[in-house]
Design a protein. Sequence first.
Lengths: 332, 218
Amino acid sequence: MIRLEGVTRRYQSRAGGRVALDSVDLHVERGQIFGVVGRSGAGKSTLIRTINRLENPDEGRIFVGDAEITALNPAQLRAARRKIGMIFQHFNLLASKTIEDNVAFPLRLEGRSASEVKSRTAELLVRLGLAEHAKKYPHQLSGGQKQRVGIARALACGPDVLLCDEATSALDPETTEDILGLLEQLNRELELTIVMITHQMEVVRRVCDRVAVLKDGKIVEEGATVDVFLRPQHPVTQAMLAESDDGFDAAMAPANAHIARLIFQGTSTYEPELSRVARTVGVDYSILSGRIARIRGVPCGQLVVAFTDGDAEAALEQLASRGVGVETVGGR
Amino acid sequence: MFDNVDWGDIGQATIDTLLMLAGSLVLTLAIGIPLGVLLFLSGKGRLASNPVLNGVLSFVVNVLRSLPFIILLIVMLPVTVLLVGTSLGVAGAIPPLVVGTAPFYARLVENALREVDHGVVEATQAMGGSTWQIVTRALLPEALPGIIAAATVAAIALVGYTAMAGVVGAGGLGDLAIRFGYQRFQTDVMIVTVVLLLVMVQILQMIGDWLVARVSHR
């Protein structure tokens, strides 16, 4: 659905050039929710803004659907943009227009007939639970409601793709959850392809099918969210995950212990594998840190365990044979 | 008290001042808003960035703004005659008033447009809006409170300028104040004209504030 090939974007400044995007290749399939994470300054924002050419790449090609976005003339680009919805961190609603008029805005820009604008707007307001706010102005709404208006507006022209530029970063956790649930629902019901950039790992964990990690304008890691979260390869990914996690302190581990990270995935997450193995092999263990969560709906668990007595290697072998991911972290 | 005041003259002068004000304000808005939009759009990093156009416009605006209005009145005399056939009366006052105020108003409009959150422009672009649509449907409506507030400032400046225009035979309250109040030492005429000008300014400010409040949704 969306394909980036060798997309490069440079910024010129008095201090010299800076490469914001360095030959980025990316492929987002139809109906996917694709996350791009990275620290501030990594180039996330530039990346998402090149997709609808709010920023023009210096090199490379971008395809959305069948259209090569990078080859369009201005009029064609405007037409293509109508099929690419976009929502923003600070919503970017028009303060001078009512909620209704904000949602109708892209339809009017497109030159739809008054009756069409009216019915489509009413439909969107109902769909997003905004009907009672139709006559209000943006300043009268909460952040979450404003983002709903932003989403309604982005959907007005019936896009195939929705770009989310830090769409939940200005919202509190509860509202974030609400908006993410909404995006998930739209993705399912409208088969909307969603690209979201965020610095919040929790957001990716919650809704993204795939994730790419950006550092200094390069994609350093990409894969299914479950894989990237459970087995992060690049130090940046590992660091970003560690921050959103409690982590464990190796220095606090019991002396002479064999420390391992156990990764559970899918239904095995809820099985008492660890205690079964401990009983059969005869090892003692203590849990140093742990987390059971869902990643995009798949139950997953990660435990850091210190085996204090008995044959730790045998226990780990047993666990691995039962489908538990095993990594030795440290110890004797 | 008020022995020297000819209320008929005062009435006529008030009407003349109001006519000058209305005529020059309408033209100031008609020229200043497009000029302000051009200044804004052609600016660095803006939608239609054009350093040459921006430089030229900016220079012309600065030149006109730096001329003292009293000098502008005199410099404009031949141009005024060319434009409206006379340099006297209400008609003769309007060209210099507009030339004096429009550039200043254009700067205020440019500033009001700069105050609009760039995100709104970006969102409109992302929705497939053309530059014309971005200006007319997003930028100007969003900047409207600022543009109206600036129009109030311009209107009040015009009241002051109409009084000065009296010097070159424009008529109006300023003319009365100078010819009778100042040159003939008729303090009562001076007081009446100044009070009337003050009331005018007050009313303009009230109308301006009321309009701004009406169109503000922040």
